[in-house]
Design a protein around this ligand. Structure first.
Ligand code: SF4
Length: 494
């Protein structure tokens, strides 16, 4: 697909919009071109005449030819000019391609956060109008934003200026899934690194606990993610959990989650370690209950292993279990997804997170050009999920999007009332400081009272983390410096 731009700098937004309709095609961008040629092409143009800006969008898609115009004053803020141009382009591509993306022209990753900011600024009625008329969001996504905003609001209200959460990264997995774009090393390849990694991670946790004490912070939630934290041994898990429990004051913490994502890594021994270490919530992720689809996406486990892991976790006393699913997997069908969701609901997990497939260039699936279902198919899967989960009493409490999601859809965390993961809300909303330890982890220091974060990155790969560990420790001091800067004192809350 060819995109021609003239007289504006909204390259990024226009390209993102085109990708909604031509998601498997390369978008070729031509700047400073006021003419265009097809077969699949669009021209977006802004031209000044006196005190007026003329906006023009033309499209040629197959046999379709479209043209739309708008005018605004030169005083109009650039984001409003961009929005109006996006509306012209969206309307034509919707007609030309015969599909209507449900989030309209909203391509950002946090629609609920945006919705809340509109409510705070203009009131709920006007926020609804803006979503519906200015951003062309469908009624169902509008309602979803509204309900999710209310549910997450209760959790956000509990976070205080001195709150923080702890994230611990275990970037190892038994094998690499074909759709994975995270930093995740397979255990087979990196098993030699794990003992050193765990030992150094304990030291980083000790250093982080010192920072928490020095800054007078309160730990509100602890989250072990990855990768697959249960890919390491029970002894290694016990060592890390013990370090967290002994180094940090967790008396204010409302959540201690460990992702046990891959069912083939779940054993009784590891579950007992989790249960005895104060872990309150785990995640066992089927993604799908179709063995055929599992093979297609390179997850080396079976549906039976998922069911066995779930029952074992229950037998070991785990009473808050999340299960992740993905809509839009290659080889999956709407009926197949219904069967997966119904199968998961039959287990009665406390939460179900429904993701939509997102393909990055680094994924094996993207490189293979594997045919994932079309956006409309994924949308039907999500519609069914929304209907069934609501029927079973689950509430949506966080929602986010990633780039290149099938159908420009979303990921939603659903849970039974009272079983939320506050961490998931805090990380998405950027509510408070997240202190992150381990390879690939990024600490986010929140400036109290304003919507600003300072990011401090750890090294991406386990071997870099191990080889340059002294630098990892030194970077943790930056957290203290941030808090000193915030209030000009050594310790703003103590
Ligand atoms: S389990 Fe998750 S992190 Fe691990 S390879 Fe699969 S998608 Fe990547």
């Amino acid at each position: 697909m060819k995109l021609f731009l003239y007289g504006h700098s909204f390259h990024y937004e226009m390209e993102n919009l085109c990708r909604l309709f031509f998601h498997r095609q390369k978008i070729e961008v031509f700047e400073d071109c006021r003419e265009f040629d097809g077969p699949d092409a669009a021209l977006t143009l802004v031209e000044r005449e006196g005190e007026t800006l003329h906006l023009l969008v033309k499209t040629a898609v197959g046999a379709y030819r479209g043209e739309g115009r708008d005018t605004v004053s030169v005083e109009t803020p650039p984001q409003e000019v961009e929005r109006r141009l996006a509306v012209l382009l969206f309307r034509q591509l919707t007609e030309a391609c015969g599909i209507c993306p449900r989030w309209g022209i909203l391509t950002g990753v946090r629609p609920v956060k945006f919705f809340r900011s509109l409510v705070e600024k203009h009131g709920e009625d006007e926020a609804v109008r803006i979503f519906r008329e200015d951003y062309l969001v469908t009624e169902e996504k509008l309602e979803l934003s509204r309900v999710t905003m209310r549910n997450e609001g209760a959790l956000l209200a509990r976070s205080q200026p001195d709150s923080c959460s702890l994230y611990v990264s275990i970037p190892f997995c038994p094998t690499r899934c074909a759709y994975c774009s995270f930093v995740s090393s397979t255990v087979e390849k990196t098993v030699k690194l794990i003992p050193d990694y765990v030992e150094l991670l304990c030291r980083e946790l000790e250093k982080t606990a010192e920072v928490v004490r020095d800054c007078g912070l309160r730990v509100e939630s602890v989250y072990f993610g990855g990768g697959t934290p249960t890919a390491i041994s029970a002894e290694q898990l016990a060592l890390l959990l013990d370090t967290v429990n002994t180094q940090f004051d967790l008396s204010h913490s409302r959540e201690f989650t460990v992702e046990a994502g891959r069912p083939d890594t779940v054993t009784r021994e590891k579950l007992e370690v989790l249960q005895n270490s104060g872990v309150t919530r785990i995640s066992i992720n089927p993604q799908t209950l179709s063995d055929q689809v599992l093979r297609r996406i390179g997850r080396r486990h079976t549906t039976q292993q998922t069911l066995d892991a779930f029952h074992l976790a229950r037998a070991c006393g785990m009473n808050n279990i999340n299960m992740d699913l993905i809509a839009g997997l290659p080889g999956d069908t709407v009926e197949g997804f219904h069967a997966t969701l119904d199968g998961v609901l039959a287990l009665s997990p406390e939460s179900v997170t429904v993701h939509t497939l997102s393909l990055k260039r680094s994924d094996q699936l993207f490189q293979d050009g594997a045919g994932e279902p079309e956006g409309e198919t994924a949308a039907q899967m999500l519609d069914y999920a929304q209907h069934r989960l609501t029927e079973e009493g689950y509430l949506p409490y966080y929602l986010y999007r990633q780039s290149r999601m099938v159908g420009n859809l979303e990921n939603i965390g659903w849970c039974l009332p009272g079983c939320e993961s506050p961490y998931n809300v805090y990380i998405m909303d950027e509510t408070h400081t997240i202190l992150a330890c381990g390879a690939g982890a990024a600490t986010k220091v929140k400036r109290p009272g304003v919507d600003e974060l300072e990011r401090i990155f750890n090294f991406k790969f386990p071997y870099e983390y191990i080889n340059r560990f002294q630098e990892v420790l030194e970077r943790k001091n930056r957290v203290k410096q941030c808090y000193e800067q915030f209030q000009g004192t050594v310790c703003p809350f103590s």
